[in-house]
Structures are given as C-alpha cells and as structure tokens.
Write a protein that binds this ligand. Sequence first.
Ligand code: GLN
Length: 446
Amino acid sequence: HAFERISGTDERIGAFLALNEEGAREQAKALDVQIADGGERGLLFGLPAGIKDNIVTEGLRTTCGSKFLANHDPIYDAAVVTKLHAAQSVTIGKLNMDEFAMGGSNENSAFGVVRNPWDLERVPGGSSGGSAASVAAGQVYFSLGSDTGGSIRQPAAYCGVVGLKPTYGLVSRFGLVAFASSLDQIGPITKNVEDSAYVLQAIAGHDERDSTSAKVDIPDYTAALTGDVKGLRIGVPKEYLGQGIDPQVKERVLEALKVYESLGATWEEISLPHTEYAIATYYLLASSEASSNLARFDGVRYGVRADNPANLIDLYRKSRSEGFGPEVKRRIMLGTYALSSGYYDAYYKKAQQVRTLIKRDFDQAFEKYDLIVGPTAPTPAFKLGAQVGDPLTMYLNDICTIPVSLAGVPAISIPCGMADGLPVGLQIIGKPFDESTVLRAAHAFE
Ligand code: GLN
C-alpha cells in the first residue's frame, strides 16, 4: 500500500530519495513468518516507516541530500534503525532533506525540492521536509527526522503533522551524520500524538556508542496520555508572540491556550529575556561544529572523489568545491572563521557563554511552570523560492525553535488550526527528560 501511494503521489511531492522495495518486502515477509511461528508482535509491528536521509541504513543509499554522498551506501545501521527493526516497523525508503540538514525549506537539497502536500507551490519546511511531507501525504505511517535548530518541529508545523524533538541525549545519535553534534537529536514525525509516543518508546534509550547518550530510565510514554491536564502551569514567552509573528498564527496560539484553560490548566505570560540572541548564537555554534564535522568529507574516505587532481590538496579542494552546495559552503566558511585563532574568544567562546544564559532562561521558567507554550514558527509555509536568495530571512524563521535546541529541552509541534488554508503549529516545550508531560498536554489538545 505504501509503495502504491508513493508511486501515485511522489512525482508531485518529491519526498523520497531512495526506495527500499525489495528490502521492505523481505522484512514484511520475515515478520509474517515470525507471527505464524507464534512470535509476539512488536510495538510498531508492520508499520511502514520513512527515514531521513542523514540516518545511515546498511546497504540502502544515504546521501544527506548532498552530491558529495551521491553514491554512498553505508555498511551499518544507525542505532535508531536497529531499534525500529526490533520494534518490527518496515523501512520503506529514505527521505529528502536540506543538504547535511542545513536549511529550513528543503530547497537546499542537491536532489530537488520537496513540495508541501497542502499547497504544491509552498515549501514543506526543513530540513526534514521529506519526512514531514511524506507523513502528511499518507505515504508512510511515520518517519524519523533530525532536529538541530528546529528541523523536526518546523516542517511538522508547515505540513500539519506532529513532530517531536526529544531532550538532547535521549535518543542515540550513533549513525546520524553529524551536523552540530551538541544540538542534533533524532525524533518522530507522526500523524498524531499517540503515534509519537509509540515511536519515541521504540527509539529512546541509552547507547554506549554515543558518548552524549543519557543514562535515564525510559518511562511508558503512552501511559502519560490520560487526557488530564488539570492544574498544569503553562508559561507563554512574550518574545514568541511579538514582532515578526503572523497575526493569524498568534490568534491560533491564543485559541489553543483557551482550550487548555477550559481543560483546567492555567497560563501566564513570561519572559525568556535572552531570546533575541538565540539566532546569532546558534548560527555561530552550529556553523563552528559543522565546519569541524564536515572536515571528514575530503574525497578520500567517503562519497565522490574529484577527477584528475594535481596533488592531495587539490584533491580536497576539488572534491569539496564540486561536492558541497552553496549553503553548506557558507556554513563551513562562517564556522572556520569563528574558530580561527584570534577570533575564537570573540565569537565561539562568547556564543558558548550566551548559550548558557539562554539555557538559564529555561531553567528559571521551569521553576514556576510545567510547560512553555508558543508557536512553532512565526508564519505558515511560505512560497517556494521566496526566501532562497536571502539566508538571513531564512534564519529568522527559526526564532521559536532555536532557543529550545540551545537549551537541550524537549518540544513537540502539533497542529492547532489553519491560517489562509495552511496548517499552523503549536509548540509545547518541557523540562529535560519530561517528554511524558509534553506528550500528555499535546494529546489532551487533540
Ligand atoms: N534551519 C536551521 C538551520 O538551517 C535548523 C536546521 C536543523 O535543525 N537541522 O540550521
């Protein structure tokens, strides 16, 4: 059914970069045999899943949306892929994305744009645009995305689906191609909150192969879906509803807060005073980490190698010049500059200090409130091509998601109505490792 649906829709949407037809059929057959033999059904038994193309899959092409990895077939599975197999979901294919997850509109993929299923002239968001669009178009039951500064939540908001960025460290990054290692997290994109809880259950947990993986007990996330939010205290940052926020988006968020009131929760306006520095801080830190992480793409070890180099340096230069797209080059240059001697203290170190202040804003808010709620993105999905030439405007779309990433706390985006025929996302942010409360509140709203 999934493959039929994909062949009927993906020419228009462009969500998939690789299909796993043979592998998926084999996997499904093996599950049938297991069940016929009296085996138990796993948590995600038989569910068709799509995987973002920066999560490595053994023998299944993984390009990260980059020409550099156009021919890359990994020799192992990412931790999350192994876990999905154990839960018995079926991998349908690999999903389009902004090159190396750098972008917010999926227009930075080397293999073509993804279109928003709600309006094919609009972007699906990014960088997990394929992951969000494929769930919205009913091609797969759920997908995995990755979120460094909003890349699960923002495309989920633009495509009218549910996207969860877990607490940093809850889900193993082993086998996730690194963009900014101190921020990257894998999470589920689903049609509803219950599915999100199931997929999180399957992929969360400690992994010794990821040194930043947290040793925490994993609760039963579905047990949190009680529908009861009585007494929950919600803080609503004024910085997330101020300048630059589309009035209709603001209206939908305020209506959602009324729903929470009617369910017995309370809310108050709060301030996260360092929000205004979040974008500058993020783009310095993420680009610095990226410039270091992407040094491994040298034309020797992975992917595409330039022809006829004059010498080794020329091999690096040519391979990197030909392999990377413009946004990736921009980030590498920004990051290399920020990390260079003489500038390090002024940029990188300063940004690290401001990151601590941003995290402190959240710590202080969570002393008084159980959750922080606001919009996921300032506007609904914009038109394809509208912002490609203007990276700074593109970066500003991340104002509500980036502070959360810098603080490392969990957040979900759920649909909260429409603006001019386009979905609007409500962002619910929780305390570290308190995904249960985030899911409980999100589920009660549905
Ligand atoms: N839009 C942000 C960026 O371009 C977020 C990307 C992400 O979360 N992977 O960096």
